[in-house]
Design a protein. Structure first.
Length: 301
């Protein structure tokens, strides 16, 4: 058997690198949307690999809700230093202070929805014409409709009926003044592809992805982190459990998984056996049947 057989991970990597190089060629001021989650980390790694030995050509943009896991922030800062990358932070707290958005109240209050305004304001402030994200089509039904070059109008909004065909990997980046694109280089990857690629490339991740002991409480069938930003109901009890994050976001909407997976091999085996979707632990997706699509139309990721 030939040693030159191309694996499916190599094909996915080559496609993503091609897309990232197209972004650099077609846009004037692109940026990577960096959340500190595994998908945005893989995007950053692919971009680094695509242009090595040159410097990473895209700055990283992190929308900080003020309710992020500290482990995420520590990882972000260490990675930026390691890569010599430019970091831009958009602050949801600053948006609240400026009266741009109103803080939610109550037991289910979250700043996750408020990110949209901060994101659009930051894109406008820096005049970014392309924002590169780690969304994948296998994650959620609204994201399954997404193009790789996703057109956004002058208000930053997404119209699923106003997207361009992408035949033969030909991407159309033409836009009018004030419009921009979201670009998703790993659209065709699955969750398992991402984990296998992380294992293959030995990409370092935040410790949150591995099993660790944490103070948690249960709400609506989900384990949530017992952090200061979480308001507990009188009937909710804090306990210590061995958990890990399958997807990382704002603390208020990130469900934790009971797990014994301490290594990448164990995580891959766990995912292969699970029957719960990756975003099954995200409470923000459960606010309504069309929660993700509604947020995307408003300008969300």
């Amino acid at each position: 058997m030939s040693n030159n057989i191309i694996t499916h991970l190599q094909e996915l990597e080559a496609e993503s690198i091609y897309i990232l190089r197209e972004v650099a060629a077609q846009f004037e001021k692109p940026v990577i949307l960096f959340s500190g989650g595994k998908d945005s980390i893989v995007i950053t790694y692919l971009a680094y690999k695509a242009f090595f030995p040159a410097k990473l050509p895209f700055p990283l943009l992190h929308i900080d809700t003020g309710h992020n896991f500290q482990e995420t922030l520590d990882y972000r800062d260490a990675l930026v230093k390691k890569l010599g990358a430019q970091l831009i932070v958009g602050s949801v707290q600053a948006s609240i202070d400026a009266g741009r958005v109103k803080e939610e109240t109550g037991y289910n209050a979250s700043r996750n929805m408020l990110q949209t305004t901060t994101l659009l304001d930051t894109i406008e402030q820096y005049k970014f014409d392309a924002a590169i994200g780690g969304a994948r089509r296998d994650e959620e039904k609204a994201r399954a409709k997404e193009r790789i070059f996703s057109h956004r109008d002058e208000f930053g909004q997404w119209n699923p009926k106003d997207q361009r065909p992408e035949l033969w990997n030909i991407f159309n980046a033409k836009k009018d003044m004030g419009e921009h694109f979201r670009v998703f280089p790993i659209s065709n990857w699955t969750e398992m592809d991402v984990w296998q690629y992380i294992y293959q490339e030995q990409i370092e991740l935040p410790s949150l992805y591995y099993t660790h002991k944490r103070r948690v409480f249960q709400r609506d069938g989900q384990w949530l982190a017992a952090e200061p930003c979480m308001k507990l109901k009188p009937t909710e009890t804090v306990v210590e459990k061995e958990v890990r994050c399958r997807t990382i976001g704002d603390i208020t909407c990130t469900g934790l998984t009971l797990s014994k997976a301490h290594t990448l091999e164990e995580i891959i085996a766990e995912i292969a056996a699970t029957r719960v979707t990756e975003r099954g632990g995200r409470s923000d997706d459960k606010r309504s049947e069309t929660a993700m699509e509604d947020r995307k139309k408003a300008g969300y990721f």
